[in-house]
Design a protein around this ligand. Structure first.
Ligand code: ZN
Length: 125
């Protein structure tokens, strides 16, 4: 541990532990910013914003989910964790579609991602 230079997210400047670092195009990002970069629709996605806001107001996160989001949650509940490739196959969905759902679920702190080797696994919060 000692001697480690603290890592910082290039986007939000959060200080990161080494195992929380995600690299993209030579820059280090925190998990959230990294996922944001990978999910192209997020900034102008009214549904993501809407979901995040309704979560802030409401108590029951799951009641605001779409059927697809609930399917993802249930799938992860059963499996523990899964890669996007697994879920693309399981749900027969395009990667962008899943990434957008992940962005919503991450905003709501229902789902999170973890990096193992060069793969990203999604799991429940
Ligand atoms: Zn960040």
């Amino acid at each position: 541990m000692q001697g480690d230079v603290p890592f910082q997210c290039s986007k939000c400047w959060e200080t990161l532990e080494k195992n929380e670092c995600y690299e993209h195009q030579g820059k280090v990002f925190c998990e959230d910013c990294y996922m944001d970069i990978l999910s192209p629709m997020k900034a102008c996605d009214p549904w993501a914003v809407h979901s995040a806001q309704s979560f802030l107001k409401g108590k029951d996160k799951l009641s605001t989910l779409t059927p697809l989001q609930l399917n993802i949650v249930n799938y992860l509940k059963g499996k523990g964790e899964a890669t996007i490739e697994e879920m693309m196959e399981n749900f027969n969905l395009a990667e962008e579609v899943l990434r957008r759902e992940f962005a919503v679920l991450r905003h709501m702190e229902i789902l999170k991602a973890t990096k193992k080797g060069d793969k990203i696994f999604y799991l429940l919060f």
